[in-house]
Design a protein around this ligand. Structure first.
Ligand SMILES: C[S@@+](CC[C@H](N)C(=O)[O-])C[C@H]1O[C@@H](n2cnc3c(N)ncnc32)[C@H](O)[C@@H]1O
Length: 223
């Protein structure tokens, strides 16, 4: 991690480190609308749907163009909060929701989930699709994500294999050379499991591809 990484992401300058910059938002939205969610996102949606979404309040952290919460709303979830560190992605997610007639059921919040979590409404289901890999401080990210009291947490993130670490170094090197503040992080699966276990969750699903994990965690005693 570069030494200039901020310890908190409270305002625009710091959020630029984690907020991607939305340069791909229009392209990603077009791809979602033309072909649906990518495969690991489809798997995440299916796992969450298998654990009852009817009437659920959803919190999606870092929704990008909104694939997961829009699918869950269409499947019967009652409402969603989209917390994203990128204004461009929030705007794209809102456009996608408007086109599907779902925007009045989504509350859009700009900022870091760690900074905003104390003021979020309760959630039944929390999802983080390709977000763990954008954030340097895993414990505070996961603790903030579960603070709205969900019964189910769904995540996708890169596997902590040696070859994914090589890929991460290559990716980060390219960003460094181009002057972009973005970085890619590979956190350990064991650490994700430990942090969520301390918060009362047990892993109920672990799948994905050779490169990415798709996982779900349920609050003990709820499934
Ligand atoms: C790689 S993109 C993934 C977007 C989308 N979930 C997907 O899978 O296509 C990461 C997203 O998470 C957001 N993000 C990263 N860290 C965040 C945080 N701590 N709080 C809120 N949003 C965050 C970024 O702004 C970005 O929209």
């Amino acid at each position: 991690m570069p030494p200039r990484w901020p310890s908190r992401f409270c305002c625009d300058d710091e959020l630029a480190f984690i907020g991607v910059d939305g340069r791909d938002a229009a392209h990603e939205l077009a791809a979602l609308e033309a072909g649906g969610p990518r495969r690991r996102t489809q798997e995440l949606i299916a796992v969450v749907r298998a654990n009852e979404v009817d009437g659920a309040a959803v919190l999606e952290v870092g929704a990008g163009v909104g694939a997961v919460h829009l699918a869950l709303l269409a499947a019967g979830a009652a409402s969603a909060v989209d917390v994203d560190a990128s204004r461009e992605y929030l705007a794209a997610a809102r456009r996608a929701a408007e086109r599907r007639g779902l925007a009045d059921r989504v509350d859009y919040r700009y900022g870091d989930i760690v900074e905003l979590s104390a003021n979020l409404p309760p959630a039944d289901v929390v999802v983080l699709d390709s977000v763990v890999c954008c954030y340097p401080y895993l414990p505070v990210l996961l603790e903030a994500a579960v603070s709205p009291g969900p019964r189910l947490v769904g995540l996708t993130y890169p596997r902590d294999s040696w070859w994914m670490r090589i890929y991460m170094r290559f990716w980060n090197g390219r960003r460094l050379v181009s002057g972009s503040p973005e970085r890619y992080f590979i956190h350990r699966h064991r650490t994700v499991r430990e942090i969520l276990a301390q918060a009362g969750f047990r892993e109920i699903y672990s799948g994905g591809s050779p490169a990415w994990r798709v996982c779900a965690y349920a609050l003990e005693g709820r499934t």
